[in-house]
Design a protein around this ligand. Sequence first.
Ligand code: ZN
Length: 251
Amino acid sequence: MLSVKRIARGLRGRISRAGLQLQGRLSPGGSYVCNACGSAVQGFFAYGPTQDWGCPTCGSSPRERFVRHAVDSGLLRLPGRDSRILHIAPSEQSLVALFSASGAAYVRADIYPASYPGQEVRRVDLCDFPVGAERYDLIYASHVLEHILDDELAMRNIRANLAPNGEAWIIVPLHDRPTEEGGPDMPRRERERRFGQWDHVRFYGEDIALRLQRAGFAVERIAATDLAADVRHRQGLTDADTLWRCRPVSL
Ligand SMILES: [Zn+2]
């Protein structure tokens, strides 16, 4: 007779979120861990080309779990209680909770606040982002810059709105080829084909670091591939999970 575990092993390649939830009810626990919600799970559901992507319990993405791991393990440090955090595109709920609980003044922002019904989200356009009276100690922008045509202007504006000792944590979809631009006139269908989504205007390679440096940052690369293989595997992290820790330098 096939055991639940054997069925799970056989199906895990493309199993749905509902399938994993059912497995979890039949056989609670699991050898994988979602650090976003603290659940032991039997695997992560597939999304697009990524097999081990979403947590069946909370829906967290690999990049969300990667940031949680980086903070929980001390690779990244949240600013202290008297600080200010700006979270652009605040859709990752465990990070919203993490930043909210940090004691910092926490501002959520997006160019389309209406995308967050019932939540307090400020409108911020990173290409038109005047420096306010108070700077931020942390600006977090995950999967934002690939939507912005003038990304170097957005990077400079992020830097301008940081406190002198502040940090920006930047994540973009990362590819193993040099950055490719689509330009303003690329048809939506072509963007979808080349960059994975109709509203992505480029894909980035590792050379994003040079753009961030040109914008006035000292850049540190923090990558899931630098973690032990079993840590990556248990938490469903991918080889592409990379965060650029950016500190302002004098230009
Ligand atoms: Zn979870």
